[in-house]
Design a protein around this ligand. Structure first.
Ligand code: B4P
Length: 189
């Protein structure tokens, strides 16, 4: 089994690179952002709760996120491995994932962090806002998402670093070049 956490600030390319890694390694994708957007589109109770939080660029509560992950992993135990994209986003989520994996006799092999300058993140997300019209891709919300990342999510890197599992990757350049850097890490594990 190969279990990966793909980490990085909003707009760093987690979703983009996850798609390519899934295709190459046959992994099951866990994007908490996609899962929340599906709840929103289906207008479930959870989706309605998450809507205004996401539009402000804040984090949805740990309790909701951990519940979603627990349900999905339990129904998917025959997988070749998992790729977590946009999760864990707080230290509490990282601890909950370790507890769940301990229960299931599984482990995270590596956290790969995509490192990208702030202005490049803003440019990418503004462009996606123009192309796809996502409600949280406007300048005010983007700046708040980056602030929330620095305050609440960046410490998750230290959590994996102290366990010897963090590998930083230059997240700037062509999508294929970045993908090759990520594959290099996985092939060297
Ligand atoms: P996410 O859906 O996870 O959104 P994201 O971090 O902004 O996007 P991502 O990083 O995957 O985008 P990508 O770079 O691939 O979260 C949205 C919201 O959901 C959060 O703000 C929060 O409210 C909530 N949420 C989600 N998970 C949560 C959790 N665990 N706990 C609490 N709340 C949670 O793509 C960005 C753009 O860059 C794309 O347009 C792409 O085409 C482009 N791009 C990618 N690579 C590029 C490259 N190399 N060069 C140029 N452009 C590139």
């Amino acid at each position: 089994m190969l279990n990966i956490v793909l980490f990085g600030p909003p707009g760093s390319g987690k979703g983009t690179q996850s798609e390519k890694l899934i295709e190459k390694f046959g992994l099951t994708h866990f994007s908490t952002g996609d899962m929340l957007r599906a709840e929103l589109a289906a207008e479930t109770e959870l989706g309605l709760k998450a809507k205004s939080i996401m539009e402000r660029g804040e984090l949805v509560s740990d309790e909701i996120i951990i519940g979603m992950i627990r349900n999905k992993i339990s129904g998917d135990s025959g997988s070749k491995g998992f790729i977590f994209d946009g999760f864990p986003r707080t230290v509490a989520q990282a601890e909950a994932l370790d507890d769940l994996f301990d229960e299931l006799g599984m482990k995270i092999d590596v956290m790969m962090g995509l490192e990208v300058e702030e202005q490049e993140l803003i440019n990418r997300l503004l462009k996606r806002g123009q192309d796809q019209g996502r409600a949280d891709d406007n300048l005010d919300t983007i700046k708040n998402r980056i602030r929330v990342y620095q305050e609440q999510t960046a410490p998750v890197m230290g959590y994996y670093e102290t366990r010897g599992k963090y590998r930083g990757v230059n997240g700037t350049g062509s999508i294929d070049d970045i993908f090759n850097r990520l594959c290099g890490i996985l092939e060297g594990l």
